[in-house]
Design a protein around this ligand. Structure first.
Ligand code: AMP
Length: 208
């Protein structure tokens, strides 16, 4: 199964992706996680990406495309993958398509997780993640257990200001992927509002 996940920041892609990769036994490839790891490791790519990320802007297509091409060529992605946060622009989608076509492969599904903008800001500013387990919590909607509270991390780009820039980037640069994948007959829309278990149920239903 080769799937991609699109949707605004804070739509719940990370939470749902973690569940889907277990169910379908495929690797979870999150470009945001890859960039955060590169920033933490202080690599040249991390340094180049950090400035854009902190402002809530997209990293340049060339950097992202090269990184994803290398990642999907690895052994564990041979039989499938779930791309989370990529593609985010039409040129990225075109590059992914041509990389797959070169290998005689194609995508099976594109999931669009839909959540209205007004809910996004509340979701993002209260989001915290556990660096040890990767679990994602929300201070109000999904409070963390007391024993992990001290080690939780608030992403630098989860402030209200960066969140608004990320939403602008989503609407101007990523939303055009919707007609792109609709035209390819791959787009599956899923309502991302509600409890995570309910959203997972909807995704599994549309995937059939
Ligand atoms: P995410 O964790 O998916 O919200 O990504 C965090 C940040 O990493 C984004 O706001 C961008 O700055 C950068 N990023 C992640 N994926 C991409 C991508 N496909 N294209 C450009 N920038 C990206």
């Amino acid at each position: 199964m080769r799937m991609i996940f699109i949707g605004p920041p804070g739509a719940g892609k990370g939470t749902q992706a973690a569940r889907l990769v277990e169910r379908y036994a495929i690797p979870h490839i999150s470009t945001g996680d890859m960039f955060r790891a590169a920033v933490k490791a202080g690599t040249p790519m991390g340094k180049a990406a950090a400035e854009c990320m902190n402002k809530g802007e997209l990293v340049g297509d060339d950097i992202v495309i090269g990184m994803v091409r290398e990642r999907i060529a690895q052994d564990d992605a041979k039989d499938g993958f779930l791309l989370d946060g990529f593609p985010r622009t039409v040129p990225q989608a075109e590059a992914l398509k041509s990389a797959l076509v070169t290998d005689g492969l194609s995508l099976d599904a594109v999931l669009l997780l839909e959540v209205p903008d007004q809910l996004i800001v509340d979701r993002i500013t209260g989001r915290r993640s556990d660096p040890e387990t990767g679990a994602i919590y929300h201070l109000t909607f999904s409070p963390p257990p007391a024993e992990v509270a001290d080690r939780l991390v608030h992403r630098k780009d989860d402030t209200e200001e960066a969140c608004r820039s990320r939403l602008d980037a989503y609407h101007s640069q990523t939303a055009p992927l919707v007609p792109f994948y609709e035209a390819e007959g791959l787009l599956k829309r899923v309502d991302g509002v509600g409890k995570p278990d309910d959203v997972t149920g909807r995704i599994v239903t549309v995937l059939g």
